[in-house]
Design a protein around this ligand. Sequence first.
Ligand SMILES: CC(C)(COP(=O)(O)OP(=O)(O)OC[C@H]1O[C@@H](n2cnc3c(N)ncnc32)[C@H](O)[C@@H]1OP(=O)(O)O)[C@@H](O)C(=O)NCCC(=O)NCCS
Length: 164
Amino acid sequence: MKTPAFTIEPAQRGDLRETAEMLFDSELGRKYYPTLQTLEETLTAAFGTDLMYLLKCGGETAGFIWFQKNGAFYLYPYLHIVFVREAYRKTGCGKRLLEFFEQYALNPDGIRKLRSKVFLVVGDWNTGARKFYERSGYTEVGLLPGLFRKKVDEHLMMKECVNL
Ligand SMILES: CC(C)(COP(=O)(O)OP(=O)(O)OC[C@H]1O[C@@H](n2cnc3c(N)ncnc32)[C@H](O)[C@@H]1OP(=O)(O)O)[C@@H](O)C(=O)NCCC(=O)NCCS
């Protein structure tokens, strides 16, 4: 299916409630956050320090990406969450958000780098997202047993990005 027309815009503080609702209304959101309020508070605490962008399609928020500039080993960008609303999935939206993240890694603060590494973790249970990352060139570099939740192992994944 063709990727819908979209823009990627920085999230504003006023967007955080809707973003929290969107995330909480998913298996991912409910698995890692006990309540909608906790999720909204977590987003609010990170806002301004971390980087958060919305994928906008015809006035609607179709997706969201949240990452940290030096979140991996105080050196490399770390992707915390990429999320696409169900209605927009499998149309290339997630890939566009990942490419945006990788472009940021290669051009942080507008300074062009020749190469960078980017990192993320993904839950063992999240087979769809694991395939999505693999299709996008990420490889597993470690397993973190029970990282966020006692019985949930997380796969540490990395991608080498090169500025062409
Ligand atoms: C993971 C997620 C962001 C993917 O978004 P998406 O918009 O559906 O992905 P895209 O359409 O851009 O797909 C890109 C590639 O990944 C593949 N892919 C995406 N979802 C997949 C799935 N569930 N199973 C297998 N492959 C998948 C696509 O087939 C496509 O492959 P291609 O490049 O060979 O054509 C989306 O499913 C989502 O929001 N999931 C819930 C939140 C989540 O788990 N986030 C990740 C953990 S933080």
